[in-house]
Design a protein around this ligand. Structure first.
Ligand code: SAH
Ligand code: SF4
Length: 361
């Protein structure tokens, strides 16, 4: 017998990929089931990669039938897969009318999955293709989690066929969109990503990159503990204002204060933040900027990730020369900063940072 509360919702099936454990428990209790059913369901979905209720052998037949009528486990639809010469894989998913991208980046025995949080982005950073595209919509939890489910399932299956591709070891929210402008769904998604009953990633292996939505950083401080990366990209407000319009709302000082506040509560990534800094020729790559940056970050526990800018259409920018990037990093290292230079991966399939525009071809 179908539960009365649920009868009115027939036809609009609940996608169980939208539920963290807490919501799954609420759902099972509404069905008259016990709490442990929710744990079982999470394990079928996230540990055994099952989408069909009739394959979930520890659920009774009547419960399986009931679930088939009111629920579904539905992934976003993958429309394109591209593989780069360097092993990077890009999947494009079609969500109703919008496309989003997910990138798998293998390196040795580790692999990073870069996931999208929004279709497009409203923040219009001048150097970013997603920003040029404009905002389409926030992704649902099932669309965020679905990207991870799809990718980890594919890699798992390739491995069963003897592929040497490494399993996904790290998740970065650095795909399309600004994760902190889709906060509610990102919080639920992170819960699923970190939960022992679901994907079970360590907080040190999950990174959220943000352009600096100060109230949202303050809001998650003490509530979410994952590695944080800040797209700083400039050593002063004048330059940052021209690159990132969001800086006119939350300036560098406010941003760094919120980062300090976040770090007060965070132990992920040894309690340090990653500062992302795009290298743009003659815009932010002079020694003077390196000095300004070193001064600016003096009191922030951080490592600095220099990002060679990836070319996108319709901009006048140029990437800094290799020599400039090296001397910039050498100066910062001389000031006792840990500096890494991001490797450019997947550029031949437009899968590199800032190149994601959700085009099917
Ligand atoms: N909106 C978030 C996360 C997505 S962007 C943010 O801005 O942090 C992920 C990273 O790619 C950011 O550091 C962003 O500044 C960087 N990026 C954007 N366009 C780029 C480009 N053309 N070349 C290199 N990195 C770029
Ligand atoms: Fe949006 Fe990040 Fe691109 Fe800026 S860099 S437009 S915040 S996706």
């Amino acid at each position: 017998m179908l539960n009365k509360v649920l009868v009115k919702d027939l036809g609009k099936k609940d996608n169980l990929l939208n539920f963290n454990l807490k919501k799954m428990i609420d759902f099972m209790i509404k069905l008259g089931e016990k709490k442990f059913r929710a744990v079982q369901m999470m394990e079928w979905i996230y540990k055994k990669y099952k989408k069909k209720f009739n394959k979930m052998s520890n659920l009774s037949r009547p419960l399986q039938t009931q679930l088939e009528q009111i629920a579904i486990i539905q992934l976003p639809k993958c429309v394109t897969k591209k593989k780069s010469q360097d092993g990077t894989i890009k999947w494009i998913f079609l969500l109703n009318t919008d496309c989003i991208e997910t990138i798998y980046i293998p390196e040795g025995n580790r692999a990073t999955l870069c996931i999208s949080s929004q279709a497009g982005c409203m923040l219009k950073c001048s150097f970013c293709a997603t920003g040029h595209l404009g905002y389409k919509r926030n992704l649902l939890v099932s669309e965020i989690i679905g990207q991870i489910w799809y990718a980890t399932d594919k890699i798992r299956k390739y491995k069963l066929k003897n592929s040497s591709l490494p399993l996904v070891t790290n998740i970065v929210m650095m795909g399309m969109g600004e994760p902190l402008l889709n906060l509610k769904n990102i919080i639920t998604s992170l819960d699923i990503i970190l939960s022992k009953n679901a994907f079970n990633f360590s907080k040190n292996k999950v990174t959220l990159s943000t352009s600096g939505i100060v109230p949202a950083i303050n809001k998650i401080a003490g509530k979410i503990d994952i590695s944080l990366a800040i797209s700083l990209h400039a050593s002063n407000d004048n330059i940052r204002n021209t690159l990132m319009p969001i800086n006119k709302i939350y300036n560098i000082k406010q941003l760094l204060l919120s980062v300090k506040n976040y770090l007060n509560y965070s132990t992920a990534n040894r309690g340090i933040v990653t500062i992302e800094y795009i290298m743009l020729s003659d815009i932010n790559d002079h020694l003077l900027h390196a000095k300004e940056l070193a001064y600016l970050l003096k009191t922030i526990p951080c490592k600095i990730n220099l990002i060679p800018w990836n070319v996108i259409q319709n901009t006048h920018y140029k990437c800094s020369t290799h020599e400039k990037i090296i001397s910039f990093s050498n100066f910062l290292r001389s000031q006792n900063y840990t500096v890494t230079i991001r490797k450019n991966r997947g550029a031949d399939i437009n899968a590199a940072c800032g190149q994601l525009i959700g085009q099917k071809h």
